[in-house]
Ligand binder design. Sequence first.
Ligand code: E4P
Length: 217
Amino acid sequence: MKIFIDTANLDQIKKIDSWGILDGVTTNPSLVAKEGTDTPTRVAEIAKILGDRPVSAEVMALDAEGMIAEGRELAKIAPNVNVKLPMCEATLKATKVLSSEGIDVNVTLIFSPLQALLAAKAGARYVSPFIGRLEDIGDRGNDMLAETVNIMNTYGFGTEIIAASIRNPMHVLDAAQMGCDIATIPANVLELMLKHPKTDEGIAKFVADYEKVNGKH
Ligand code: E4P
């Protein structure tokens, strides 16, 4: 499973990149606004850090012509920039047009397998089902993701599923067990994935036992 980080914060991207496990970045308008900048500026900075790994940049237009125009501009930022379109009727047309021009599209704000099916049929390179936000309203995020994975595996559209709106390590574990292509994970969840209290306890004991005999390392 590929690991993306879901952030527009450069320090977080650089830190996780230093681990050597980072396959890409997703941004959205809220994440970029939190950094006090704009999407083209920040995506250009992220694209440079990533080299040839993908970064998603979201359009603000909600009509097909606007999405296409904005998408073309965002795709010009760097070859590794893909265009994120929020799921709606206009998105299908915009996805078809941008994909036919060789621009990768990530259809976001997916909350049902059928939305993912339509986006895949339109030619989306990625679909982003939102787990956490579905659970926020008492629905089953995991079931929605599993059904989406099943459909994509059945038909082989060539669309990659990005498990999104991930709030905790269990969401990542579930996505990995389902065979999801990608999970886009916030920095705090990536840090939690690294940790286990028994690991910390084990390291402390090894150090203490070593130092009893050898002195400080
Ligand atoms: C996906 O690409 C989105 O940026 C993201 O996962 C949204 O997550 P949230 O529901 O935690 O805002």
